[in-house]
Design a protein around this ligand. Structure first.
Ligand SMILES: [Zn+2]
Length: 273
């Protein structure tokens, strides 16, 4: 991971056609983004306990729904990951969601790839996205919020493999998580999944086959969250936050003697789902 502020975390594609695999663009420190949140000043704002939404010409209904959804997701994500007892940001330091009117304005501002649906800076707690994406409320919003919440807890500079960050983010999606789990199950049945020693070595999205990567990563986190006591994930995250190397943290928390043992426990879990 970049030793800078590690701020630009990912951008994610949710294509309208759900059968098309997601593609992740993992990059750090886009210079334009580091200088200013956005270039234009024509923003209206809607504030809630944890978020400030910046928007331009969208309807009040959409902004009200976004505001309510972001707060609801904030609560469900901290509950599901076991982070409820911790104070994250709130009034004084709210996360910002920039809502562009369309894909062209968003791409123009972020300089992202044409398939990019959202961009998140975990350190600055900023999400940039645009209106009109089918999976926005169902998947994009919880996915990007989870990136921010998880990294808020473990620290933006903590070095983690890609599957861990993306698996945690995917684990909080709604309908897309269901299809990812089904894909992962099929991969296990066909013995076509990425072996853990390969998966664990990926720190850069240029090396991934998106459909396999996201599905498998999501399913491993779901396995850790559902099969074991929920406090384990909190304990694991605490160890990451305290600087324990992620492999030691996982083995130690979940009592696996090695990753072969974890891999076969995950396979059993997937086959019996
Ligand atoms: Zn992501």
């Amino acid at each position: 991971m970049n030793k800078g502020d590690g701020s630009i975390f990912s951008s994610l594609l949710f294509l309208k056609n759900r059968t098309v695999p997601l593609i992740l663009f993992f990059s750090f420190l886009l210079p334009a983004f580091a200088r200013a949140e956005v270039n234009t000043s024509l923003w209206q704002t809607k504030k809630s306990q944890h978020f400030i939404i910046y928007y331009q010409e969208t309807t009040d209904d959409f902004v009200n729904e976004l505001s309510a959804s972001a707060e609801n997701y904030y609560n469900s994500i901290v509950d599901d990951l076991g982070f409820r007892r911790f104070d994250f940001w709130s009034w004084d330091d709210r996360a910002k969601i920039y809502l562009f009117n369309n894909s062209a304005d968003y791409l123009n501002e972020t300089g992202g790839a044409a398939w990019s649906g959202a961009q998140v800076s975990v350190k600055r707690r900023v999400i940039k996205t645009f209106i009109g994406q089918n999976d926005f409320f169902d998947s994009i919003l919880p996915h990007e919020l989870t990136h921010i919440i998880f990294r808020e807890f473990v620290g933006p500079k903590t070095e983690l493999p890609l599957w861990l960050d993306e698996g945690v983010a995917c684990s909080q999606e709604k309908s897309s998580l269901i299809s990812r789990i089904e894909s992962a199950k099929a991969l296990v049945k066909q013995d076509a999944y990425l072996k853990f020693d390969k998966l664990f070595g990926i720190y850069n999205s240029t090396l991934i086959v998106p459909n396999v990567f996201y599905s498998e990563s999501a399913s491993i986190i779901v396995f850790l969250l559902k099969k074991y006591d929920r406090d384990f994930f909190l304990d694991f995250s605490r160890k990451l936050r305290d600087g324990i190397q992620w492999k030691d943290a996982i083995l130690n928390t979940y009592h696996f003697s090695n990753f072969e043992e974890m891999e076969s426990a995950w396979e059993d879990f997937m086959l019996n789902k």
